[in-house]
Design a protein. Structure first.
Length: 356
């Protein structure tokens, strides 16, 4: 790892291959040699969508009757043959109709708008554990589920914990508004896809939004092309305590990277701001302006697809090309009615560890 070259560190020392400021240890990802390849032409194709260019049915797949029948039979099999969800493998079940639907879903993720809404599992007739198992098996037909935390959690319940977001408290377990982001932008191996199953929506709020970073990139290319090169250079991220006890607390990597001609995006405004605060380093004007302009464009409503999660719906998002967020929400007072989503991270490459 080499010294970060985009800011003047005055209190940096070498520490076992990592770098430290006076207040934080920083892990720098392996940087590519030479000047980053900055794209200067707009993106085209289905991924470069806006709110108005999408039809209501774009990105939506309805579960067929044949698929529903297969799932009901699957649940009957699991009731007769209990097994921990983590041990269930899709290859062990005959699910031809479901395989076709999930193949169509993956096609939408790879060659379509970069997101898909599967509508919907009959969660009113399944227990929570049965819905979790069905969702686990269907998601495997897109890509392999991987760990979502350093301690190896594979299936993540998204609920309000009652705590405010901050270092070590992910925003998804609060009821606070989220910025557009990619999951696990603050560590080494983000998932290819992020999947969410809605079991119970909020009483008020919690509206979900998806944005194409390729469309946002096109807008920056029109309005502020001079700022794009800065997004290809490293930013600091708070690692959210998702690491070994003695590991670096801050990571450095670009928001945009060219990987084999594909723009790969990894960003979270909140974790960048926290990362600089933890390192006690002030952003220079260009660093801050590029981040804020990107954030402002993403939040313009004409670029976003909004929807309100309904019970049984599954959302899957390409975590390298699309960002997602949700508004703040108010929960039902009854415990059994509180908002409850189940998240999976899907990634085909590397190992299943959090740091794959």
């Amino acid at each position: 790892m080499k010294l970060l070259d985009f800011v003047d560190f005055t209190t940096i020392i070498d520490f076992k291959g990592l770098w430290m400021t006076s207040s934080a240890m920083i892990l720098e990802e392996q940087a590519s040699h030479g000047k980053p390849q900055v794209r200067n032409t707009p993106f085209t194709g289905p991924i470069a969508w806006s709110r108005d260019s999408l039809n209501p049915e774009d990105g939506v797949i309805k579960l067929s009757r044949a698929c529903r029948t297969e799932l009901d039979r699957l649940v009957e099999t699991l009731r007769a043959n209990p097994l921990p969800t983590l041990l269930l493998e899709a290859d062990e079940f005959e699910l031809p109709a479901c395989r076709q639907i999930m193949s169509d879903a993956k096609q939408m993720l790879e060659a379509g708008p970069g997101f898909v809404i599967i509508d919907r599992l009959p969660v009113q007739t399944y227990t929570v554990e049965e819905a979790r198992a069905v969702y686990w098996l269907l998601s495997q037909l897109v890509a392999r589920p991987v760990s979502q935390s350093w301690d190896g959690k594979m299936i993540y319940d998204v609920r309000d914990s009652g705590r405010p977001p901050g270092n070590g408290v992910r925003p998804d377990i609060t009821n606070a508004e989220q910025n557009f982001h990619t999951d696990n932008s603050y560590n080494l191996y983000p998932p290819d896809y992020v999947a969410l199953l809605c079991l119970k929506p909020a009483m008020e709020g919690g509206v979900s939004s998806i944005v194409s970073f390729y469309t946002v990139y096109n807008e920056m290319l029109k309005r502020n092309p001079d700022l794009l090169p800065r997004l290809y250079r490293p930013y600091l991220f708070d690692r959210q305590r998702e690491h070994a006890p003695d590991d670096a607390t801050v990571i450095s990597h670009p928001l945009f990277q060219d990987v084999g001609g594909k723009l790969v995006c990894r960003l979270s405004h909140r974790h960048v701001v926290n990362g600089y605060a933890m390192a006690q380093i002030a952003m220079d004007d260009e660093t801050n302006e590029a981040l804020e302009v990107l954030e402002a464009i993403m939040r313009e409503p004409q670029w976003c697809r909004e929807f309100f999660f309904e019970p049984g719906q599954i959302q899957i998002v390409d975590n390298t090309r699309c960002g997602h967020r949700r508004t703040a929400f108010v929960d039902f007072p009854e415990q059994e009615r509180k908002r409850h989503l189940i998240r999976l991270w899907l990634r085909s490459e590397g190992r299943r560890f959090y740091n794959g």
